[in-house]
Ligand binder design. Sequence first.
Ligand SMILES: [Zn+2]
Length: 318
Amino acid sequence: MNKQTVVAYLTGVSILFLAVIGYYAFSFSQETTNASAASTLTQTPAASLTETPAPVSFDSLQAYADVQTQVAFGPRTPGSEAHAQVQAWIRAELESAGWVVEIQKTSRLGHPIFNIIAKRNAEAPQIILGAHYDTRLLADNDADTVSKSKPGPGANDGASGVAVLLELARSLPKDTVPLWLVFFDAEDQGRFEGWDWILGSQAFVAENDIQPRAAVIVDMIGDANLNIHFEKNSTPAIRQEIWDTAAALGHGDVFIQTEKFSMIDDHTPFLAENIPAVDIIDFDYPYWHTAQDTPDKVSAQSLGAVGETLWQWVVNQK
Ligand SMILES: [Zn+2]
C-alpha cells in the first residue's frame, strides 16, 4: 500500500463513515417529527373536551353484576331471608356511594313494608327515581306445575331496576337538583290472597309529604331484547323529555315513541296525588313471573341504555 493508496483508502472510509452518521441523523429527525406530530394530534381533542359538558358516566357492566348479586341472594320475597339480605346490601351500596339512607318501616294489609329511601341532603326532592326490590311470592306464570309453586329469580322483574338505580347512585354528579332514590318494597304481590300490587309505593306517597316535579319508575328494563314504549298513564310532557333524551344519546331504537301498555306500577300512587310520574317498562317479556326470569335474559347493554338516559335526563334538570 503506497501513500496515495492509503489516502484514497482513508478518504473512502471517511465518506462511508459520514454516510452512516448522516443516515442515522436523518432517520432520527424523521422519528422526532412523527412523534411530535402524534403528540399534537392527541393534545388537540383533549383541549377541546374541556369546553363540552361532562360525558354520560354509567357503568353498565357494574349494573349487570348487581343483577347477578341480587339473584344470587335467592328470590327476594317479602319476609324471606333473601329479602332482608338484599335490603341490607342496597343500604350498604348507597352509603358507600355517599348517600344518606332511611328505611320507611310501615305496614299495608297487615304486611310489614320496608321502603329504602336514599337522599344526598335535607332538601325536599325535586326528582324521585324509584324501583321495586321485592320479587313475587310465586312464579305463577310458569307453565311447569313445580316451578309455578315456587318463587322465581326476578332478574328482570325486580333486580334490573334496582341495579340501574344503584349505578346511578354511584355515577350521578353531586350537584344535581335535589333527588331521592327510592327502592320500593311489596310492589309485585297482586292477585295473591291478602295482598295487592304496589303496596310499598302507596305507603311511600301516603306517608311522605312531598311535591316533586317528577317521579320516574324503572321496572323490567333489563330485557336483552329491550323495547320500551310510552306507558299510557305516564305524564306526557316528562315522558317525552325522557324519550327525547334517549334519542339524543343514540337509544332511540330502545325508547320507542308510541304507546303500548297501560300499567299499574309504582308510578300509580304518585299520579293519584297529581304528582307527575312516568313508568319506564318493557312489558313484552316472555319470562315475566316465571322460573326463567334469569340473568341470561338480561343484558348490560339494555341496563346501560336506560341508565345513560336517566343519568343525562337528571343532569339536564336545572
Ligand atoms: Zn312483577
